[in-house]
Each structure stands twice: as structure tokens, then as C-alpha cells.
Design a protein around this ligand. Structure first.
Ligand SMILES: [Zn+2]
Length: 255
């Protein structure tokens, strides 16, 4: 993988954001492969769908690219809040590619968030634009990267070093079955998975999970039966091979 963007393409443009878009899109079509199948190419998408920048012609997975010089690992600014919530509920969010490039236009970090990790819990509503803004009243959103379980943050490039293609595809393949869950259920599943990963332990108990009852209740205020829901979602995670049941009330992580 050649991490250098083609700087000569910038000469036709003046605006910084436009240059960033042209250079990073060109880089993706040259260097990026599909993480979801064995295709070694992503193709630029039709301009009539602004949420999708690339797709894989083989498996039809859609991708959106965001390229930035700086990003915080905690959150990244996205577009309209309502449009994002509608896309999540309709299961229409594309896979996200977050590319951080250096001052010299070298790829530094490329984070892939598989599309099924977009849930309402990771979207933060921003304050509405003030009355004097061009789009007064418009409400944007942030994607809370830190609220995504580690399974949903796949590092294609980390600190200037590309991961092995096989490893990226393995990581994608491990979580792809989550797409089988309807979005209304998946939000719960991924909130429970995030807590499991956040424990940072190879073995954990149901009792430890119950300590997060109030956090989960805050995320899902309409649900009164949080404990049964935790147990149910641990079963879903087990069925998908993301955790194992070791003994009564005890679980373990790993393959
Ligand atoms: Zn593919």
C-alpha cells in the first residue's frame, strides 16, 4: 500500500476542502481494497447518492469517506442529525472510512467502522445553528467513535503503518453477522458489547454486567426490563461467536 496522495492533482483547485476530497478519493480508488470480500478495488460511486463515495462492484458494500488532517479518537463531526437518525433506523448507513493524512499528504490513520455499528447510541446531537447562520435552526451531529466497541473500529492504517489485508478482512468478517439483526435490536447488542469490551477482562460475570444497568437504562429510557435484556443480548453475542459462556453466570471473550 502506497500511502502517498498524488499532490499534483491539487494544482487545479484552490479551496482546501476540495483539494482534500480530490486527493483522498483518488488515493482510495488507487490503493484501497474491499474489506468485506476478496476484491482488490473500490469504485467511485454515482454522484446522485451523497452518502456513498465508493462501492465494491463484487459484493456491493457501500462506503463513505471522510478525510481529515486532525481528528480526535473520541468523536468526529458528521452531517445532519435527523438524516443520520433516519438512515440508522432504515439500516441505510454506509461503512465509514475515516482517513487522517499528514501535512505532506501521506495517509497516517485509516479507520473503518463497519456499517452495522451505526446505532443511535453513538450519535450525539449538536446545538442548532443560531438565527444568523445561513442555515439557521439546522442541527448537525457528531459520531462518538469512543462509544463504538473495539470490534467496530478496524484499523486499516495505524500511525503510518498499514495492517495486513487478511487481518482487516478477518476483523470485518468476525462482525458481519451483526447485520442480520434489525437496527432496533442491534443498538442493544452493541451497547452490551461495548460494555463487555470496556471491562477489559477475559472472563466476566453477569453480576458485573448488571452494574451497568443504569447506564443502559439511560441509553434506552423506554425499556424497563434492562436485566433480562442484558442476558438476552449476551446470548446474541454468544450466537455470533463474539463471546462464550463458560459456566453459570460466567462468560469469556475471545474466539
Ligand atoms: Zn467487496
Amino acid at each position: 500500500m502506497n500511502l502517498q496522495c498524488r499532490i499534483d492533482l491539487a494544482s487545479k483547485y484552490k479551496a482546501g476542502p476540495q483539494i482534500a476530497r480530490v486527493l483522498s478519493e483518488d488515493w482510495c480508488t488507487r490503493e484501497l481494497y474491499c474489506p468485506a470480500c476478496d476484491s482488490d478495488q473500490l469504485t467511485g460511486s454515482k454522484p446522485n447518492n451523497p452518502a456513498v463515495d465508493f462501492e465494491c462492484k463484487t459484493c456491493e458494500q457501500p462506503f463513505q469517506l471522510k478525510s481529515l488532517r486532525h481528528w480526535s479518537p473520541g468523536k468526529v463531526v458528521d452531517a445532519g442529525y435527523e438524516a443520520m437518525m433516519r438512515a440508522i433506523r432504515a439500516d441505510r448507513t454506509p461503512n465509514l472510512l475515516l482517513l487522517q493524512y499528514s501535512n505532506l499528504w501521506m495517509g497516517q490513520n485509516l479507520l473503518l467502522v463497519p456499517r452495522m455499528f451505526f446505532t443511535e447510541s453513538i450519535i450525539e446531537k449538536r446545538t442548532a445553528l443560531g438565527p444568523h447562520a445561513r442555515r439557521a435552526g439546522w442541527v448537525g451531529c457528531n459520531i462518538l467513535l469512543g462509544a463504538i466497541p473495539a470490534d467496530g473500529r478496524i484499523h486499516v492504517i495505524r500511525d503510518g503503518v498499514p495492517a495486513l489485508k487478511e487481518q482487516v478482512r478477518d476483523e470485518f468478517s468476525r462482525v458481519r453477522r451483526l447485520a442480520e439483526l434489525p437496527p432496533s435490536v442491534r443498538g442493544w447488542t452493541l451497547d452490551v458489547l461495548r460494555i463487555v469490551r470496556g471491562l477489559g477482562k477475559s472472563n466476566f460475570s453477569l453480576k458485573e454486567m448488571y452494574e451497568f444497568e443504569s447506564d443502559l437504562k439511560a441509553l434506552h429510557p423506554l425499556n424497563r426490563n434492562v436485566r433480562p435484556k442484558i442476558r438476552q443480548q449476551l446470548q446474541v453475542l454468544r450466537d455470533f461467536g463474539l463471546i462464550r459462556f463458560s459456566s453459570r453466570g460466567m462468560y469469556s471473550v475471545g474466539a
